[in-house]
Design a protein around this ligand. Structure first.
Ligand SMILES: *Cc1c(COP(=O)(O)O)cnc(C)c1O
Length: 398
């Protein structure tokens, strides 16, 4: 079957929850994707910040293949070796003490919310606690995660959502302070807002929130699902700041394509938080994802991918600044490391579609931001090629 045949069938069978680009990807190699028509694409999306190692990394593929042959699943009623190794690595790079593996980002958020509520319940001897989240945030699509996602459009059809959630403005400390009550158990935010349009937390804001949390025994939950795993030039984006979260969520690049997420916490939180009977998952942290996470972390540490992301991020910054200087319709440029955004007044959807037709995969964020989240293994030549193609698109559309 060819592309059009596949697309026609997909549109008959799959629930129509996405307006997809008209491309069917079939293979990947390094930072390139290939579609069913054999066309080659430079990938600056990494499957939404997932494929940090690019495609067809031999070591990673071999680790998965060998785990498939050994053992894929056992359930969490038993121990398994790959996840024990993975847990040790993720603790080491994060400085957190306890980890629970999930199957997705949204489940990591669910777990983080439950962990915070349980902590406050144990401490206070009663339930009924509240969470402060941020406007323009994104934390996932399940009802709990949607309840803390500050986007009315995503929430409205599904109301009533979780009660006891209120929203402050990102990077506005006083808007957080006015929402704090004696019921507040957690403040949740993305260290760098992703879907909302690539907004890094300002140091004053994040450090101010962390201080507020310490003073009032409120838990600071950082969502590092998109910005974590080396992308911003540190293993986790919060490591750029003088703070440490009480609870952290990870997913996306954690398994580099194998569905896995995690929520982590400090021992201080864990002592008062989830215990047997409070939480569980059938698949979460099975041997297959354990092997993936273990290998991903081994490669990232050994090859210093966070440092590489910093270096490439600096270069990407420089090239995108040139575009901002040259074109009036580029109105802002934000980001950290290999997580950057260009806010433009051209229709972003059209820019991204045109880029795709020219062999560049470039996605959007919010309603007017081009999002640059390439595999962490990109090199300067790739940044140059991307810039050339994007310049061509801009020239055609200006
Ligand atoms: C993608 C994302 C999620 C949700 O993860 P899923 O795996 O899609 O459930 C949550 N938070 C952030 C910051 C994300 O980027």
């Amino acid at each position: 079957m060819n592309r059009d045949g596949y697309i026609k069938e997909a549109e008959q069978d799959l629930l129509h929850t996405y307006n997809r680009y008209g491309v069917v990807f079939e293979k990947g190699k390094d930072v390139y994707l290939f579609d069913t028509e054999g066309k080659k694409y430079l990938d600056f999306a990494a499957g939404i910040a997932v494929c940090a190692l690019g495609y067809d990394n031999e070591e990673y593929s071999e680790a998965l293949k060998s785990q498939v042959d050994d053992l894929i699943h056992t359930s969490n009623l038993f121990y398994n070796v790959p996840i024990i190794k993975a847990a040790e690595r993720v603790k080491k790079i994060s400085g957190m003490d306890r980890v629970f593996f999930t199957n997705s980002g949204t489940e990591a958020i669910e777990g983080a919310i439950k962990a915070a509520k349980k902590y406050a319940y144990t401490r206070d001897g009663h339930a009924g606690h509240e969470i402060i989240a941020m406007n323009h945030s994104f934390h996932g699509r399940s009802i709990g995660a949607l309840s803390v996602t500050g986007n009315r459009h995503y929430q409205e059809p599904f109301e009533p959502l979780l009660p006891g959630v209120c929203f402050a403005d990102f990077n506005d400390l006083s808007s957080v302070k006015t929402l704090v009550t004696e019921k507040t158990c957690a403040i949740l935010l993305e260290t760098v807002q992703g879907e909302g349009g690539i907004y890094p937390a300002s140091p004053e804001f994040l450090e101010g929130v962390a201080k507020l949390c310490r003073e009032k025994d409120i838990l600071l939950i950082l969502d590092e699902i998109q910005c974590g795993m080396g992308r911003t030039g540190k293993m986790f984006a919060w490591q750029h700041y003088d703070i440490k979260p009480d609870i952290m969520t990870v997913a996306k690049a954690l398994g580099c394509g194998v569905p896995v997420g995690a929520f982590l916490m400090t021992e201080r939180v864990a002592e008062k938080s989830l215990c047997p009977g409070d939480h569980g998952t059938t698949y979460g942290g099975n041997p297959l994802v354990g092997a993936a996470v273990d290998k991903v972390l081994e490669i990232m540490e050994r090859d210093k991918l966070a440092d590489h992301a910093k270096e490439m991020g600096d270069y990407l910054w420089k090239r995108l600044e040139e575009l901002r200087d040259r074109y009036d319709f580029v109105i802002a440029h934000r980001g950290l490391g290999l997580m950057q955004g260009l806010q433009i007044t051209l229709p972003v959807g059209e820019v991204s579609a045109k880029a795709l037709s020219k062999g560049l995969v470039l996605i959007t964020a919010g309603s007017d931001v081009l999002r640059f989240v390439p595999p962490l293994i990109i090199e300067k030549e790739d940044v140059d090629t991307m810039t050339e193609i994007l310049t061509e698109v801009f020239e055609e559309m200006k």
